[in-house]
Design a protein around this ligand. Sequence first.
Ligand code: NAP
Length: 256
Amino acid sequence: MRILLLGGTGEARELAHALAGARGLEIVSSLAGRVSDPVRPGGIVRVGGFGGAEGLRNWLTGNAIELIVDATHPFAATMTAHAARASAELGLPMIRLNRPGWTPVPGDHWLRVPDMAAAAPVSAETGDRILLTIGRQGVGAFAGYTRPWYLIRTIDPPDAALPPRHEVLLARGPFTVESESALLAQQRIEVLVTKDSGGAATSAKLAAAREAGIPVVMVDRPPAPPGLVEVTSLGAAREWVIDYAAAHRGRTPERR
Ligand code: NAP
């Protein structure tokens, strides 16, 4: 069974690894090609967009894919929507691995906002020295804010318009609570802006903000397409795929 694994996340890499060697499965991992030096999963990897929903549909049929596993980032809403559409149109099964969002604990001061457009004014009203850890694509929403100073942390340099008072810090997680606390203190950060990505790789900043009493502007996830089959853990995704493949073959699942 040929499976398209839409990736670009640590979970997708781990899932590709976890499924490697499972009997009768061939995994093709797909990366968008956004970061200049991506961490590549093992096995077969393709890189670059498909050319919209129609391009994806053609690619899926041309490559005889029988199952789509969407393990893209919780904020990669366009890719998920295209995959859901192609799945419905082609009658191809699809499962989404969507890690749980973060939940506040005592001591957190979170301001939840629905999207990046709302995060910009809310953070500007909350403090003057703002740390943006939202990836390079969302930064444009802050470009018109002239008063605050922004520390913009991204993996690759942002190419959007930037606010006039800023510094770009290029860094790739995972980060530790110690290093995040040091960054907040050294840069005298007053507000942290983040997307509700969930997961452990980038959650240290939340603990550091809590310890320092710094408010966090938390951007909610985009809504998922209706009717999507979703699992929230790597183990559940692996199990689902192996069981599905076994049922498809009409045989007992074989787990490593
Ligand atoms: P997006 O807005 O949902 O997708 C925009 C376009 O990028 C898609 O229409 C597709 O192009 C292409 N694309 C996205 N994911 C792809 C994949 N896995 N393989 C091939 N093409 C893909 O996506 P995004 O938010 O820009 O994220 C891009 C990639 O970075 C994803 O793989 C995602 O998992 C990863 N990532 C995203 C974030 C985030 O915060 N958004 C954070 C960490 C990692 P076509 O229309 O041409 O097919």
